[in-house]
Design a protein around this ligand. Sequence first.
Ligand code: PLP
Length: 370
Amino acid sequence: MRHSFLDVGFTYRSLKADLDAAHARVMDSGIYIGGPELEQFEQAFARACGASHCVGLGNGLEALVLPLRARGIGPGDEVIVPAHTFIATWLAVAQTGAVPVPVDADPATMNLDPALVEAAITERTRAILPVHLYGAPVSMAPLRRLATAHGLFLLEDAAQAHGGQEDGRTVGNLGDAAGFSFYPGKNLGAFGDGGALVTNDGDLAERVRMLANYGARQKYHHDLAGGNSRLDPLQAAFLNVKLRALPGWTQRRQDIAARYLDRLADVPGLRLPAVAEGTTPVWHLFVIRHPQRDALMKALEASGVPAALHYPVPNHHSGAFRDSHGHLSFPVTEAICATCLSLPIGPHLSLEDAEDIAARVTGAVRGLSA
Ligand SMILES: *Cc1c(COP(=O)(O)O)cnc(C)c1O
């Protein structure tokens, strides 16, 4: 039997009646931009994050670009980012005209190493943009201290971490603001593109809402040079349905991760993900490391376990940033990219599947060293 890495269709099949009803309701309403379905989702998602404002946006990238723009960040400014992240984090900064200043990863958690951030702060630094990578919250307390001490905007890239927690506080409510993605494969995904800004700062929320809607607070009164980045009411209606299922899906991810951590603990050569103290990850991805990564991936593939790479090329070596950042070196990030391998995880898998995958991984690793 072959397992699947990701199955977005599962989320539709398991909520089909409610999603079809939501679809019909929006289609019948005649309202296809804005409106009550969107407002309902914004309120529900803000509440789920323990924050006071949510602004639905076109995608997760814009959910990072717009708050930076709203804070006046642009050319001449620097924003601290993790060296190891999905490239959207860096591109969001670059889109504003500011320079992404990468900081290397903590080898245990693979998240940005908070201990390295202070040394990266210059007189041009305006913001810190930590990423809760793979669904594991970054240790935010040291970053909040630095942000306060240096007057920096602390924006969470929460695209992979819906519902994650640190010391009982939810992701989206751990900094000044957070950008979420509802890309279909994310823990909370739409059936198309979508994103949101979450914050307790009412002025910031208002500014981002304006920037996402041609700079207008009131139709045809354009006070800012904004653009267009709106979450459709159709996607919002779907997300309302899926948000109710999210706690159960997250629990399943956590149970699968616990199974993997237990069953794979003593497999020689395999390095398992560590979690920062006081944090509760939501396991968007389960990323292991092995020195013979490519051979292991092939062996897994042959045994019916599809694996994936997040991410194979460090951002500073990518075509997009080679010219500007290619001379830099981030040894931990480079090592992660060379050895990482993501195992299947998600609500489409049962605990029996997880058990079976763990056994096949164990077999594949043992086969390598034989
Ligand atoms: C997915 C993702 C984004 C961008 O989200 P989109 O909705 O695809 O634009 C940003 N940052 C991280 C870490 C992501 O995983």
